[in-house]
Design a binder for this molecule. Structure first.
Ligand code: SF4
Ligand code: SF4
Ligand code: SF4
Length: 189
């Protein structure tokens, strides 16, 4: 059976420590100056009643991916399990995918000129049955990853029991990265 991968970022548990971002950089040799994953702090309220939300910004693995739709060479493609990955050997660095992504999730690698983004660590970890690097280091269990088709997976248990939202759901790209948050709106910023 095909996998229905999901990642969950629980903002109510996230403390903004950036361990996930550092682990991602290490796992994927992400060069300085660019990011596959950032956790942004967003402050709201009026002093002294201030609140900080920590918001994950990375590829959300759209089911209907604008980046794939515009790629002229097929270098941006879908796996049979619906993940969006890159074939760097056929990428011509036209950057159409960067412009098409509504989540600002792609970048140009400074030295190689290759297009980079979060892969859910598919090639290096998930395809071997391991968890993504960012998930393994989170000290508060704010991140979870797994197969929604497996009712016993952690993501199934979380998403079946907690209110969650998908960022920019109104764009109908069907993200696979779900957020849990108390804040209203659910904008992906
Ligand atoms: S490692 Fe976990 S707690 Fe730290 S910023 Fe990332 S998601 Fe938040
Ligand atoms: S978030 Fe951007 S890079 Fe990721 S699948 Fe969607 S359109 Fe493509
Ligand atoms: S899944 Fe892998 S590539 Fe994606 S943010 Fe986490 S560590 Fe980075």
């Amino acid at each position: 059976m095909k996998k229905a991968y999901r990642m969950v970022h629980n903002e109510n548990l996230c403390i903004g420590c950036q361990a996930c971002s550092v682990a991602c950089r290490s796992e994927n040799n992400v060069p300085n100056g660019v990011y596959r994953l950032q956790v942004h702090a967003k402050m709201s309220g009026t002093f002294p009643n201030l609140k900080t939300d920590f918001i994950r910004n990375s590829c959300v693995m759209c089911e209907d991916s604008p980046c794939v739709d515009v790629c002229p060479t097929g270098a941006s493609f879908k796996t049979e399990d619906g993940l969006t990955l890159m074939d760097h050997s056929t990428c011509v660095s036209c950057k159409y995918c960067i412009l098409a992504c509504p989540y600002d999730a792609r970048h140009v690698e400074p030295k190689t000129g290759e297009i980079g983004k979060c892969t859910f660590c598919f090639e290096t970890r998930v395809s071997k049955g391991e968890q993504p690097a960012c998930v393994t280091v989170c000290p508060t269990d704010a991140l979870a990853f797994g197969d929604l088709n497996d009712p016993n997976s952690e993501v199934s248990k979380i998403l079946n029991s907690k209110t969650h939202y998908y960022p920019k759901a109104e764009l109908r790209t069907k993200p696979k990265l779900a957020m849990i948050a108390n804040r209203k709106g659910g904008n992906h910023e």
